[in-house]
Design a protein around this ligand. Structure first.
Ligand SMILES: [Zn+2]
Ligand SMILES: [Zn+2]
Length: 84
């Protein structure tokens, strides 16, 4: 967040875009994206790992799980998430 504010003040770098992995809508902050996902794309049962039976309350936690728990598998994409 500090980096974002400095970049905007100096006008050097454009503000990073936070893109919704589900619908592609972009937001100017992580908080806005989180709020959008919570309201527009609720996941009542969480996000299920495509490689095991574990579920996670947030997409980021699932991504972290796949990256660390299934290093031999390709990184997941939003389109691969199973909604149940
Ligand atoms: Zn969305
Ligand atoms: Zn897993």
């Amino acid at each position: 967040m500090m980096f974002l504010m400095v970049g905007m003040l100096q006008g050097i770098t454009p503000p990073p875009q936070y893109v919704c992995p589900t619908c592609g809508t972009s937001f100017s902050s992580q908080a806005e994206l989180d709020a959008h996902i919570a309201s527009a794309h609720p996941a009542p049962l969480g996000y299920q790992c495509p490689y095991c039976d574990e579920t996670f309350p947030t997409l980021q936690e699932l991504i972290n799980h796949v990256n660390t728990g299934h290093p031999d598998q390709p990184p997941i994409q939003a389109i691969d998430i199973v909604w149940e």
